[in-house]
Design a protein around this ligand. Structure first.
Ligand code: TXD
Length: 311
């Protein structure tokens, strides 16, 4: 069977790690695309990764380019094009610059890879995935935003750090916008099926929820320049793999809701089934009143930023 093709639009901190992870999982041949001034960087990363292959034994090709024609026919597109936050910035502060970039990216992806499954990572995430949808005209099931996988992973990591139990056995979900108003659904979090509310005090759980919401900013502050990239890259690769291998994983993703959870016409973090059809289904479930009001609050934040796109 012919190898799949994964095109990474943006070959920076996350993009470079996406290329490494995609190659190591042999998801397909990888093209790292970036703007001309970064062409040397992506060609260098691609060459370095080609030289890593003998150690890993993964027979895929990795190339770097600043020519959009090189993404032609990609099966999966993962977009990190844009600038990351600096300390003191909210994700929403990136809108002005990253919206212009996303419009350009969407136009080119529509031209060169019209049948791809598109995973948007760039911030402000919920507005950027919406912008891609509006500009590209792609079907809603072929576009998804990566945020909930990362935020839920952070929540899981903090629960495992608190309890000392294996991260493998911690399950939970974080819904809503990728921002300070995101909604950890703590009542459904378990360690090996045991509710976390039976393992961790309410006070500690509140601190873990707050740390999850602020986790991106915590790393931005530590770095001083740039934001997280290892966990975001792995989170997006899980989504790409579920699409390419039709795994039907249920992952919190920014998917277009058309009535689910009382949301209509916005991309927001919800449990999403990812398979060969792309976002095949949003798994809706009954929220408690307090959870629904938190979701409504995060939806208001998403609506505000989406409104500023003018799309
Ligand atoms: O969970 C999430 N969705 C977030 C997303 C998690 C972490 C980071 N988040 C956002 O991803 C972050 O706020 C940024 O908006 C993006 C990318 O973060 P990254 O850390 O990878 O930023 P870099 O290292 O600056 O890489 C961005 C690359 C860089 O190489 C630029 O040259 C390139 O984007 N770029 C472009 N590529 C293609 N086309 C255009 N127009 C373009 N402009 C810049």
């Amino acid at each position: 069977m012919a190898k799949k093709k994964i095109a990474l639009i943006g070959g920076g901190q996350i993009g470079g790690n996406l290329a490494l992870l995609a190659a190591q999982k042999e998801l397909g041949n990888v093209v790292i695309f970036d703007i001309p001034k970064a062409e040397g960087m992506v060609k260098g990363k691609a060459l370095d990764l080609m030289q890593l292959r003998p150690h890993d034994g993964h027979d895929v090709t990795i190339t770097g380019s600043s020519n959009y024609s090189d993404i032609s026919g990609a099966d999966v597109i993962i977009i990190t094009a844009g600038i990351p936050r600096k300390p003191g910035m909210d994700r929403e502060d990136l809108l002005g610059i990253n919206l212009g970039i996303m419009k350009d990216v969407a136009t080119n992806v529509k031209e060169y890879a019209p049948n791809a499954f598109v995973i948007v990572i760039s911030n402000p995430l919920d507005a950027m995935v919406y912008a891609f949808y509006k500009v590209s005209g792609f079907d809603k099931n072929k576009i998804v935003g990566m945020a909930g996988a990362l935020d839920s992973g952070r929540f899981r990591a903090f629960i495992a750090m608190e309890t000392g139990y294996s991260v493998q056995d911690v399950t939970c979900m974080v819904l809503g916008g990728h921002g300070d108003t995101m909604v950890p659904i703590t009542r459904l979090a378990t360690v090996g099926g045991v509710p976390v509310t039976d393992l961790i005090s309410p006070e500690r759980l509140k601190k873990i929820e707050d740390r999850t919401r602020a986790a991106g900013g915590e790393i931005v502050k530590l770095f001083g320049n740039g934001s997280a990239f290892y966990a975001p890259a792995q989170s997006a690769i899980e989504m790409a793999e579920s699409y390419l291998r039709d795994k039907k994983r249920v992952i919190p993703c920014a998917s277009l809701c058309e009535g689910e959870f009382g949301v209509d016409g916005y991309f927001i973090g919800v449990p999403s089934v990812i398979g060969s059809g792309g976002v095949e289904k949003v798994l809706e479930f009954t929220l408690r009143d307090d959870e629904q009001s938190e979701l409504n609050k995060t939806l208001d934040a998403v609506k505000k930023t989406v409104g500023e796109t003018g799309l």
